[in-house]
Design a protein around this ligand. Structure first.
Ligand SMILES: [Zn+2]
Ligand SMILES: [Zn+2]
Length: 163
């Protein structure tokens, strides 16, 4: 049938045209999507990177500021505790008289020496203040305290003090 053949041919051309167009359209869409996707991903990446860097920088600055503040506060607290404790137990070594490298000695430390060492420094100052400066403690410098150890007294000669 001639009419059917014409229709068939036209349909075939249409189909081909559509197929070709569809391919073009799909290709254009694909390219557009690709280009856009890249841009979008890049924008996302930049935004993420910028935000992340800003956030990290902010956090870093905040930590630094806070760390300084906290260190400063604890330094002042410790210095204050130390001043208060030394004002009570003596501002110089009970043995050699130096005012350098002072520490608090448990006079009859005996078996508790190890514990006292662990308990030294700021924790000890705090404990002494909290317990209203109990008896049995004295100010000793580090060398005298170390020399005394668990013994009766310091075994250093302190020739320079006598001079
Ligand atoms: Zn001393
Ligand atoms: Zn001494």
């Amino acid at each position: 049938m001639e009419v059917n053949q014409v229709i068939a041919k036209r349909n075939e051309r249409r189909r081909q045209h559509y197929a070709a167009n569809r391919e073009q359209v799909l290709e254009r869409n694909r390219q557009y999507y690709e280009a856009n996707r890249e841009q979008m991903l890049e924008r996302k990446r930049q935004r993420y990177t910028t935000n992340r860097e800003q956030e990290l920088e902010y956090k870093r600055q905040f930590r630094a500021a806070n760390r300084e503040k906290m260190l400063d506060r604890s330094r002042r607290e410790n210095a204050h505790l130390r001043t208060v404790v030394l004002a009570h137990y003596g501002e110089s070594c009970a043995c050699c008289g130096t005012t350098e490298r002072l520490s608090i000695d448990h006079v009859n430390g005996d078996g508790k020496q190890h514990r006292e060492e662990l308990f030294g420094g700021v924790a000890m100052y705090r404990w002494l203040v909290r317990n209203a400066f109990p008896e049995g403690f004295q100010t000793l410098c580090m060398p005298c305290n170390r020399s005394k150890g668990t013994g009766e007294s310091c075994r250093l000669t302190h020739a320079e003090m006598a001079a």
